[in-house]
Design a protein around this ligand. Structure first.
Ligand code: SF4
Ligand code: SF4
Length: 123
């Protein structure tokens, strides 16, 4: 046990290596991927994010013009943000807060007029 004494004394004299979270919160890094957000106004329901998502947590339904995401299945890889042609998706630099129950993100997108007409004709 005595051989530990120098280390114990050295560490006791040093500043703590950790922060007193949540009282001291670290500033996020550049391009930090904290929470996925969508600007539904810009979503054209192309489905690229759904096809590229590795955890299959995005669902795009052209019929009902909805975009849905299960944030509890998301691994925050940011791939959907990269592939979105209209930049409707982005990542916040803060973590999603805790929630008392699971929720699904559900937003109304907007099909471009031409595609909307085609979808209506196909019905
Ligand atoms: S960040 Fe990654 S896992 Fe999450 S929704 Fe986008 S592509 Fe899917
Ligand atoms: S969020 Fe972007 S990639 Fe996903 S369906 Fe909408 S426009 Fe397409």
């Amino acid at each position: 046990m005595l051989f530990l004494t120098p280390s114990v004394l050295k560490n006791a004299a040093k500043k703590p290596a950790t922060r007193k979270y949540p009282f001291v919160v670290r500033e996020p890094f550049d391009r930090y991927r904290g929470e996925l957000v969508i600007n539904a106004e810009d979503c054209i329901l192309c489905g690229s994010c759904m096809r590229k998502c590795p955890s299959l947590c995005i669902t795009v339904d052209k019929k009902t013009e909805t975009w849905e995401c299960d944030p509890y299945a998301c691994i925050y890889c940011g791939h959907c943000v990269t592939v979105c042609p209209t930049h409707a998706l982005s990542m916040k630099s803060v973590h999603r807060g805790p929630a008392p129950q699971k929720v699904t993100m559900s937003e109304k997108g907007h099909l471009p007029k031409k595609k909307k007409k085609k979808a209506e004709e196909a019905e």
